[in-house]
Design a protein around this ligand. Structure first.
Ligand SMILES: *Cc1c(COP(=O)(O)O)cnc(C)c1O
Length: 208
């Protein structure tokens, strides 16, 4: 109950990029259900190999238009939505027999060239558009803040994302997810209200 948070209110996504399927299986056998992958080509064979397990797959990498079909077919969540065109494609390509694809919009909290995410000013219009798309379920917001030293500086960045979500909720959007926090800034993210943390190194060890 540290930071006034109930542990059950934070979903742990085990980020398994660069990890072999055997390592993922080991972690799944310990009871972990949610796994995150960044690279489609790397992920698809692992998803196939682990298809006997009842896992929830989160796509957390930058998404290009030519990858949307496979993501819509194989993943349960996308955390990195930042463009209308991708949203429309994901909705069109999601099977009518599957549950709607859970999506978070990635928000860019600082101007970082080459990084994914939509600016705060463009966020509300994109969120409204996503809510209209029948095969997507808008769950919330995601960020990868620029590296900051120290708990308080990190917490402030995450609090900005929490504020964005609050504003959208005040406009009537039913968001329940704040996807924020990695191995090095997990505590600050939880303190700022994360409902989903994406942890790789602290679970699997350093990536090769
Ligand atoms: C790699 C990655 C993570 C996990 O990072 P660690 O520092 O290994 O915990 C989380 N989120 C995203 C988007 C990533 O690319």
């Amino acid at each position: 109950m540290r930071y006034g948070r109930d542990p059950d209110s934070v979903r742990l996504v085990a980020v398994c990029k660069s990890q072999p399927a055997s390592a993922i299986r080991t972690v799944a056998e310990l009871g972990q259900r949610d796994f995150g992958e960044n690279y489609l080509q790397e992920a698809l064979p692992k998803l196939a190999e682990l298809s006997d397990l009842d896992l929830t797959w989160h796509f957390i990498g930058q998404l290009q238009t030519n990858k949307t079909r496979a993501v819509a077919e194989h993943f349960h969540w996308v955390h990195t939505l930042d463009r209308e065109r991708i949203a429309v494609r994901l909705s069109e390509q999601r099977s009518p027999h599957a549950a709607p694809l859970n999506v978070c919009i990635q928000v860019r909290l600082a101007a970082e060239p080459g990084k994914g995410g939509i600016s705060k000013t463009e966020l509300a219009p994109l969120a409204r558009r996503v809510l209209e798309l029948p095969r997507l379920q808008l769950r919330g917001l995601m960020c990868i803040p620029p590296p900051r030293e120290g708990f308080e500086a990190q917490r402030q960045m995450f609090a900005e994302l929490a504020d964005c979500a609050r504003e959208l909720r005040e406009q009537g959007m039913p968001l329940d997810t704040l996807s924020m926090g990695m191995s090095t800034d997990l505590e600050a993210a939880v303190a700022a209200g994360a409902t989903c943390v994406r942890i790789g190194t602290a679970i699997f060890g350093e990536r090769r």
